[in-house]
Design a protein around this ligand. Structure first.
Ligand code: AMP
Length: 123
């Protein structure tokens, strides 16, 4: 694939762009969002860029989607109290800017900063 067509997340996965990586497995990577909208804001990203959004991933590889959700839960337990919000922006009109499927995992931190219901409209 030509350099210009690769997503920014593929470049992070390849180690070409630095990221604050918190999880790395055979098929998934997770790192802190560069512009956090919650006390804990992580992105969980399949290493393949075959799927542009969660609907494509669900249709093409439901096992990988299930692994992604299980990883989100594991990360929320590790970085917060285990409660989390999972967001998949799907389409530009819904705020998607990177067309390489990824989940936003948002949760409280361990210093008493929690999520507000109103933050749902900020992504
Ligand atoms: P979305 O708008 O759902 O496509 O989400 C893309 C997310 O990627 C945004 O929340 C950005 O802040 C985040 N983002 C973009 N570039 C980077 C980067 N280099 N490292 C970490 N997060 C990034």
């Amino acid at each position: 694939m030509a350099e210009t067509e690769r997503s920014i997340f593929s470049r992070i996965i390849a180690g070409e762009i630095p990221a604050d990586v918190v999880y790395d497995s055979e098929r998934l990577i997770a790192f802190r969002d560069i512009a956090p909208k919650a006390p804990v804001h992580l992105l969980v990203v399949p290493k393949t860029e075959e799927y542009r959004d969660v609907a494509e991933l669900a249709a093409g590889d439901p096992e990988l989607l299930a692994e992604l959700v299980a990883t989100a839960k594991h990360l929320a337990e590790e970085h917060s109290d285990g409660d989390f919000r999972l967001i998949f922006n799907t389409g530009a009109g819904a705020g998607q800017t990177v067309f390489h499927v990824h989940a936003h995992v948002m949760s409280a931190n361990d210093r008493g900063h929690s999520l507000q219901e109103g933050t749902l409209d900020q992504l």
